[in-house]
Design a protein around this ligand. Sequence first.
Ligand SMILES: Cc1cc2nc3c(=O)[nH]c(=O)nc-3n(C[C@H](O)[C@H](O)[C@H](O)COP(=O)(O)O)c2cc1C
Length: 298
Amino acid sequence: MFIQLWHEGAIRKEGGVGAYSKFPTICPSGLVKAGRPSGTPATPEDLESIKDAFVRGALAAREMGADGVEIHACHGYLLDQFLWAETNRRTDGYGGDAIEDRVRFPAEVVAAVRRAVGADFLMSIRLSQWKEIDFAAKIVRGPDELRMMLNALREAGVDLFHISTRRFHQPEWPGSDLGFAGWTRLLGRAPVITVGSVGLELDVMESFAGKEVEPKVEQGLAKLVRRFANHEFDLVAAGRSNISDPQWVKKVREGRYSDIHIFKKEHLGTQEFDNMAYVADAFREHMEAMQLQYKTEI
Ligand SMILES: Cc1cc2nc3c(=O)[nH]c(=O)nc-3n(C[C@H](O)[C@H](O)[C@H](O)COP(=O)(O)O)c2cc1C
């Protein structure tokens, strides 16, 4: 079990009501995307206090008994705003056109967490090219920039790369069939999780918009198996499928594709809390099964 540590940066709207309404919105350059101002650029003191907050979160996760933490650096939230040239126009060595500079603050967060938790506590980092605010965004323009970014994060102490795409099976750059996870696996020198429309035709943002299409679960999973056999990733994450059908893993394992309840927007909200209890039960069952298998293998 990993706990994800998360800061919204410029995506957060200032004001409103509630416990945090008086706090400012802090981000790299006061932008949520080019031409869209939001929040205030972080001062050097703000950067230190954000790092401290990640460290406190990681220590709390360890104290709770988590196996690791995941640093959220994707989808257009704070650390991703540092990685993306469009939202990071800083001139203090933490931003601008070079990925070596834009990765500096996320890598410092990783290093600070690693120093605090020690060598044995696992740390994943979740990365994406796409943002909720811009599906076509790119934090890295090609394999060389990707290698630089991954090296910096790896040297700072990351154990695992969690690569979020809207669709896991889309090739990332012309001239190769490799997806973004596959490229990360090739260049990152660490295990990789893939995520994004596993067993689903629509991506998460299309689902949230209420779209529905004919499911093709078996064909979708065949694409996953082909890429897994090609060593493009080590682990697979499935989000919506486990929300709409807590028995999803079991049904996939047994090949019962037509029994799967395909995710629809209405699975969030009214059914969400009931389903979450089912997910927790199903998860516990899987963990117990895996534990047995693990012991047997030893
Ligand atoms: C209700 C809901 C909440 C989510 N919350 C988070 C989150 O807190 N952090 C995160 O990194 N991704 C979050 N996501 C994105 C999922 O982790 C996942 O990347 C996305 O749903 C794509 O996977 P899928 O195609 O298997 O659903 C959320 C998705 C859903 C549907």
